[in-house]
Ligand binder design. Structure first.
Ligand code: ADE
Length: 363
């Protein structure tokens, strides 16, 4: 059965990755978790109130204004990037700006052609259909989408074998918004059918601090600017993680202090939760330590890192590596992954160690 919902989209969708984050890792996972119950109510309600992703907001503001003035549906859009950066939120805001319905589902929920067909025929003109994890679509579903996206037509095969025939049903002009953490896993014909493709980027310190302050205000948590900055520094460039850390620190400040989130309070609480000063957790540190201690800083293959940390390679590639690369702790090279001088310094290794290891590699 296809899961489709207009109100509480993400919480009803199946877990975004095949493997659930372990409790120790969950706090710093960008993936949505069952305990993120308040996330929906914290979402900004207008593109204007949305903090960060400035270029994308500009592009979308122009696109929605133009589509509205022509009375047309928006072009199909594809958003990609690590989890927790706002793909769903921005899509919901688009529907609001356009004044149309927002229908949400996720690829793993679309098991049979009937599922996608049922959703498509129920759409009204200009509606936004959001498909999460679009790289996981079944082949048959994907092929139905090709004609739906391009010709606004639903081709259904009726019957089997020699007596089967195709019936075409016209569809209203709708907008498909696809979201994925894995752009490269999308079939080229699907990619080519999106008029606008945009990668969501990690948020900088200033943006995350603003988000933490905004959420504190909504949740009525007393917070000092330094406290918000401390949380922002450890949030891996990801608003969903920033808001989750804020809730943990708030609990700590209420129990151990007077309720106000100060910098010292945030630091102590996040150390207790094993979130280090750059937002690394056990697995991030383990990945880097294995590279440095067992492989002279790399290059190391992804499978080796997966075996050594007990994570699956997809999670390392989609969840851990993007942030480690963003903060310049890890590089992907043709020969494998390498730890950078910043990673050595952060983990407390002597700077000379990397030079010595590189000399040994040349020898
Ligand atoms: N809450 C989560 N992400 C946000 C964002 N980008 N702007 C404002 N509030 C948010």
């Amino acid at each position: 059965m296809a899961i489709i919902s207009s109100h509480q989209p993400e919480s009803e969708a199946p877990s975004p990755t095949p493997k659930k984050a372990r409790p120790r890792e969950a706090l710093l996972s960008g993936q949505e978790l069952p305990q993120d119950t308040q996330e929906e109510s914290l979402r900004p309600q207008t593109l204007n109130a949305y903090i960060g992703q400035r270029e994308l907001k500009e592009v979308l503001t122009v696109a929605t204004a133009a589509a509205r003035s022509r009375g047309e549906a928006l072009d199909h859009l594809l958003f990609y990037g690590p989890p927790g950066l706002g793909k769903t939120t921005i899509s919901q805001l688009l529907a609001r700006e356009m004044g149309v319905n927002f229908k949400m589902t996720s690829a793993p929920a679309l098991e049979s052609p009937k599922d996608i067909a049922g959703i498509l025929v129920a759409l009204q003109a200009k509606d936004i259909l959001f498909i999460d994890e679009i790289h996981r679509l079944a082949r048959v579903t994907e092929e139905i989408l090709y004609t739906a996206m391009e010709d606004f037509r639903l081709d259904i095969v009726i019957g089997k074998g020699r007596t089967s025939r195709i019936t075409s049903v016209p569809l209203p002009r709708f907008t498909l918004v696809g979201a994925t953490t894995r752009y490269a896993a999308l079939a080229a014909p699907l990619r080519d059918r999106f008029g606008l493709v945009h990668r969501l980027r990690f948020y900088d310190q200033a943006e995350l601090t603003q988000i933490v302050l905004r959420t504190s205000n909504l949740l009525k948590v007393p917070i000092e600017k330094d406290g918000a900055e401390e949380i922002a520094r450890r949030a891996r460039g990801t608003p969903r993680i920033a808001n989750r850390l804020l809730r943990r620190v708030r609990d700590y400040a209420e129990v151990k202090g007077n309720g106000t989130v100060t910098q010292a309070m945030a630091q102590t609480a996040l150390e207790l939760f094993e979130v280090d000063p750059r937002g690394l957790n056990w697995t991030d540190r383990r990945i880097l330590e294995i590279m440095i201690e067992n492989y002279r800083g790399g290059p190391v293959g992804l499978d080796t890192l997966a075996a050594a940390t007990g994570e699956d390679r997809q999670t390392i590639e989609d969840v851990y590596e993007p942030y480690l690369m963003q903060i310049d702790y890890l590089q992907r090279t043709a020969r494998g992954r390498m730890a950078t001088p910043r990673a050595y310094a952060h983990l407390g290794y002597k700077p000379e160690l990397q030079a010595q290891q590189q000399l040994l590699d040349l020898g």
